[in-house]
Design a protein around this ligand. Structure first.
Ligand code: FES
Length: 143
């Protein structure tokens, strides 16, 4: 199989992706991990289906986590992307953990669908990368 000539610039990312791509390849989303103060912790290429905690662990991003299974709540973070605000479905398990951590109100935790906006807490264990570039705001460990 031939790697498409669109990959260039040494980063493995396309310089410009054509509107009608006949290769079947989708561009890889760029995931930027930042502190709350805006300092860059790391920038990685994701693949749709990756979880944020797996990307952070693989690339040694200093994201505080404990269980790695979506139950302890220590991997909470905020996300920013170009489609916000939009509606998002959060699993019952993620809402339950965020409620326990006082990151969602009881009313929010009772809703299947919430507004995805930069102030919404998420859990890195539950966040799956899609085709969108993301900025991940990593709080200080004691936040
Ligand atoms: S590490 Fe425990 S919920 Fe993500």
């Amino acid at each position: 199989m031939t790697v498409p000539a669109l990959l260039s610039g040494g980063s493995g990312r396309p310089e410009a992706w054509p509107a009608s791509c006949e290769t079947g390849y989708a561009p890889m989303p760029v995931i930027c991990f930042e502190t709350e103060a805006g300092s860059l912790l790391g920038q990685v290429d994701g693949l749709p289906g990756d979880t944020l905690i797996d990307l952070a662990r693989l690339h040694e991003i200093p994201l505080h986590w404990r269980c790695g299974q979506g139950t302890c709540g220590t991997c909470r973070l905020h996300l920013k992307h170009n489609r916000q605000p939009c509606l998002i479905h959060l699993s019952r398990k993620e809402r339950s953990v965020l409620l326990r951590e006082a990151c969602l109100s009881p009313e929010e935790a009772a809703c299947d669908v919430l507004t995805d906006q930069p102030g919404l807490w998420r859990l890195a264990c539950h966040c799956v990368v899609n085709e969108d570039d993301l900025t991940v705001i990593v709080p200080a460990p004691d936040a």
